[in-house]
Design a protein around this ligand. Structure first.
Ligand code: NG6
Ligand code: CA
Length: 507
């Protein structure tokens, strides 16, 4: 792989003639801003009244706001896996929510969203939440950690290895823990305590945010996490500063690469738990820390927009904003999200949320803005994050090798608002698989519980198939599988074909 120094520009000789042959509007900078657990209804432009998101609303006013866009799963790791590879995550064992010491689940060298853009001479950067695993075998956090983002297409990376609520609570910059003091080495375990660090289980009195379920291991910054860690004190993040740190890294990446096409994947930690926004934001929204964190995320979006404007890049930058899964209120900490909710509806009109087979699980906000090319509007086209790799390949003229993005489709005309037609079908993924075809949704039978008690999520699991007409019943309340058995059977068969492979389904 060609090496690029993230501090400097790509040398002209490397850029080559290819870059000059294409008209500038076919090579926008691309910024993918990926919220964590942000629901369809959490943005002002999607109807939120208790949360103010002026920067996201402005993005929507200048671009296309999608009403039927989906993450590839109702949780993080599988959604991100699909985003990066164009492969449905349920085809691949090992892509469920990962512990913080898991190994990289994308094979090094495999074509990814990032490597596809690299091939088109983009400089690629990843800032923020990763949660796709790192390294091979037992990870030594005190050395270079390979394979990592650089091995799957990112020239530069500054990442949270897993989630905000999982150890190790450190940033990893270009495959090394940032600010690590070698005399205070890091050890991590997901099975047994390491070192003498206090845990939330034994020392609840030390916690600044109490836990509700799980999250009772090592305490870092007054918050107990999933997993145990010791050492690395100078490298540990401060949750309150995380949005500032990540935004600064994102802005710096943009500034350093303002003279060449760049791709920035900005994985915000907001509004995942623990929700500990900076004091500039805490107490500002009407519905508690979860909503404060959303306003903090909106600020990050504004900083990125302002940077583009300052550098005169705003016109020719494609910004996509979306979320990795639907919303959840109580995801393990007692942060007031349930008590302070009021009339706010995080999933908008959709039933369920994160973890759910109902629409709230994967129907997420999705905005695409590119002033030089996209005419503002609202689109009801069925689109999926699964298609970004194929669509960006088409946009930048990067050819995909055989087998790359196996389930992705080129949805560029829909993404740019030049067509109202999106996918003719989509498989949604939570504990069961569901099939969407037009207004119809079929949730396949699943033996899991109907309600996930800890998070109070309606999962949509049922032992029988469920068929819903989303145009008449967006809240998925009337199961039509018995009154329309032929349609239900057809859709189950179709889903079965898709499950056994994309080729079979296309035949
Ligand atoms: C769950 C965690 C939850 C959250 C989720 C992953 C417990 C009890 N719950 O296992 O708090 O971390 O995993 O969220 O540990 S995601 O957005 O990264 O998928
Ligand atoms: Ca998430």
């Amino acid at each position: 792989m060609r090496r690029r120094d993230f501090l400097g520009a790509v040398p002209a000789a490397v850029m080559g003639a290819h870059a000059q042959q294409q008209p500038v509007t076919n090579r926008p900078n691309i910024i993918l801003i990926y919220g964590d657990d942000v629901g369809w209804g959490d943005l002002g432009c999607y109807g939120a009244r208790s949360i103010r998101t002026p920067n996201l609303d402005r993005l929507a006013q200048r671009g296309i706001r999608f009403t039927d866009a989906h993450s590839s799963s109702a949780t993080c790791t599988p959604s991100r896996y699909a985003l990066m590879t164009g492969e449905y995550p349920w085809r691949r064992p090992g892509t469920a929510v990962l512990p913080g010491n898991a190994n990289l689940i994308i094979e090094p060298g495999r074509p990814t969203l990032a490597s596809t853009l690299q091939k088109a001479e983009y400089v690629t950067g990843c800032v923020g939440k990763w949660h796709l695993g790192l390294g091979k075998g037992e990870v030594d956090w005190n050395k270079e950690i390979r394979p990592g983002p650089i091995d799957v297409g990112f020239d530069y990376s500054f990442i949270i290895p897993a989630t905000g609520d999982r150890v190790p609570c450190v940033y990893v910059e270009n495959q090394r823990v940032a600010n690590l003091d070698p005399s205070d080495p890091i050890r991590v375990s997901y099975s047994d305590p390491v070192g003498n660090e206090p845990t939330g289980r034994d020392h609840p009195e030390m916690l600044k945010q109490k836990l509700h379920h799980g999250h009772d291991n090592t305490i870092v910054n007054g918050i107990s996490r999933i997993g145990y860690m010791t050492g690395g004190h100078a490298a540990r993040w401060v949750d309150e500063d995380m949005a500032d740190v990540l935004t600064r890294k994102a802005v710096t990446f943009i500034e350093r690469h303002s003279r060449q096409p760049f791709f920035l994947y900005f994985g915000s930690h907001d509004i995942h738990v623990p929700r500990v926004p900076h004091r500039r934001f805490s107490g500002k929204a009407a519905c508690g820390f979860r909503c404060d964190a959303m306003q903090q995320l909106d600020w990050c979006v504004g900083e990125i927009q302002r940077t583009l404007e300052k550098l005169k890049l705003a016109n020719n930058t494609l910004i996509v904003f979306s979320s990795d899964n639907g919303p959840v209120l109580n995801d393990g900490y007692l942060d007031g999200a349930v008590e302070r909710l009021g009339s706010h509806r995080p999933a908008g009109p959709w039933r369920g949320g994160k973890y759910s087979n109902f629409e709230g699980g994967t129907r997420v906000p999705f905005i695409a803005s590119w002033p030089a090319r996209i005419k503002p509007g609202v689109s009801d086209a069925l689109v999926s994050q699964l298609d970004l790799m194929s669509s960006f390949a088409a946009l930048t003229g990067s050819s995909l090798p055989a087998g790359a993005s196996p389930d992705g489709q080129n949805m560029l005309p829909a993404l740019l608002g030049e067509s109202k037609t999106g996918r003719d079908h989509l498989v949604e993924h939570a504990s069961a698989l569901s099939l969407r075809v037009g207004q119809w949704k079929l949730i396949s039978p699943n033996k899991g519980p109907a309600v996930q008690k800890n998070t109070n999520t309606e999962t949509g699991n049922a032992p029988e198939a469920q068929l819903y007409d989303l145009s008449a019943d967006p809240g998925e309340t009337k199961n039509l599988a018995h009154s329309q058995p032929a349609r239900a059977k057809d859709m189950l068969n179709h889903l079965e074909k898709l499950r056994s492979g994309p080729r079979a389904a296309r035949a």
